[in-house]
Design a protein around this ligand. Sequence first.
Ligand code: ADP
Ligand code: MG
Length: 652
Amino acid sequence: MSKSSSTKNSVRILPESLINKIAAGEVVERPASVVKELLENAIDAGATEVQVSIKNGGKDLISILDNGCGMNESDAQLAVERHATSKIINEEDLFRIRTLGFRGEALASIAAISHFEILTCNDETQGATRIFIKGGYLEQVGKIGFPKGTKVTVERLFYNTPARLKFLKTTATELQHIQQHLVQKSLAYPHIHFRLTHNRQLLLNLSGGQALETRIQQLYGEEFKEILMPVKHEETYLQFSGLISFPSKPRTSRRWQYIFVNERNVKSPSINHGIYDGYGTFLGKGQHPVFFLNLRIDPTEIDVNVHPAKTEIRFRNNQLVHTILVDQISRALKDCASRRFFGREHSHSQMSRTDVSGQIELPMENPLTMESPSSGKMFSTNKKRNSEARDLPPRGSLKYKKTQIISVLSQENNIAEIRPIQEKTQDSTSTTTLETLDYAPGNLPENEIRNLFLILPLPLVPKKIRVLGQFRKTYIIAENDAGLVLIEQRALHERLIYDTYVESLQKKEVKIQTFKISLLLELSPQESVLLEQSLVPLALSGFAVSPFGGSTFAVDSIPECLSEDQVEKVVREILDRLALFGKRGQNEEILRDVCQVVSEQASMPYEQELGQFEMDCLLAQWEELDSPMASIKDLPLLVEFSQQELEKRLRR
Ligand code: ADP
Ligand code: MG
């Protein structure tokens, strides 16, 4: 007989304490897992008040007190046994889980690897039960005075599993994991009051009885206040409600994405794909939506028993869930995009208001060369122009004769958006009237579209293209020598703004508006660092921004094509892009981002009714700017149908 077989142990059933220790390895990975399980028990017990106290990242103490239903003595004694649960009775129940817990493992597992105490009371006239367990061994059961509810205290976690103890991270990291669980639960249950203290310091105090919006505000302050839109879908198979970010407000991180299915925070590829596919082309590469979504579905339609930590779920009909989400999310986003004017979505700006226009001399030493987003080539400062354009004043600089003053009053704040340089208005209450115009009276603009007049003197009609009409408030229909042309009006506008802005930047003639009182911008620490690194390119682009102490920044001027209430949004968007590409330190790239963001924000909304004059005006300026064929996102601006093509299709 070989040595190994002679020493082989005989088969035996493991002792209960060892089984519990092994099970604990699956359920309790770190202190935060204990917090998660105990929070879930408190929530399942119907608590409306939950207090979590932690010492040293949970390594020394985790204590959770709730005002839920509590337990009587016999239930309490059973509850700490493995496979003891009040939440399911038979196999069918496993497929219609309505509680967070159901495996009956948590208490036994935690008690196996710590000094564990539970105080619980379900009837104050009967008194409370106290059970103390050390490393899985029951040490004490007794009666104690304690109000209705439960308090579980876990000390010296992993004291008898040295391997686990060794893998614990720093106090700060462990605490972060714990906080994350509290954030998740508090978002799923805004009606519950949650408190978290660490080493006796109060970290979170989230009053209960709240709506999801309020809970988000309690957690994140103003950060998401202006970027989220509510969504709701009520249908028998799948219902959902919550908040998702506006299409124009993507983030560069997935950090703010919460999905709850029947109030359980889960990871689910089908839900995630559904949401992303719903955003579709609204999301660029590396862009991520923010969402807080609560889904409700019949528990028999899902399987939550996929993973011991119950963070994954499976849907019986994955495809259907995906389809509903894609359809509903994209519909909500499209509705929202068509309802809103770009830049008008911020009703409450944190900033103070003033409005003074002027022009700054930018501290630009070398003429800038910038890469065109569409051609991939470099713009040269001496861009070739057609002969008619050569004698015109610099485009985008908005220098023009007194007789050509065109003032368009912004609907919201009465700022004259386009003013001659000579008229440096310092008074925010001044109004500007429509003065002598170069075009015939019948041709006055019908709308007050911001940044419509980019080139002055304004070419009135295009020379090589003739406007025929508009289609669905989105496309200009026109004809040229070749045939029929459909132009995407917003993309065109954006491109024109981009080109004129880039050119004015290169010529150091960015037209700006300065503020009498600085606008103050509150940023996160990460955003502050990024902003500080980008102050020079921002100044070149017309944004005079300076540190104002802490993570607050003062904005004293902005490009004139923007309105004041867009500043915060634009700055944040620029910072988001910078964060996406990390430390590039390349001023040119930052400048290109700035130009793109500014043009996106300064252009007309996706749907906009245009009058004949406005369409003529856009196309005339397009011709003056060398008729670019691609949008700033490098997509086609227009489609042409030649006469031959039309005839072929109509089988003439
Ligand atoms: P599970 O939650 O999967 O049922 P646990 O081991 O976490 O398993 O808990 C076992 C049982 O103890 C629960 O089913 C519940 O009846 C009871 N229990 C645990 N914590 C609480 C609590 N905070 N309040 C009331 N009952 C509790
Ligand atoms: Mg449980």
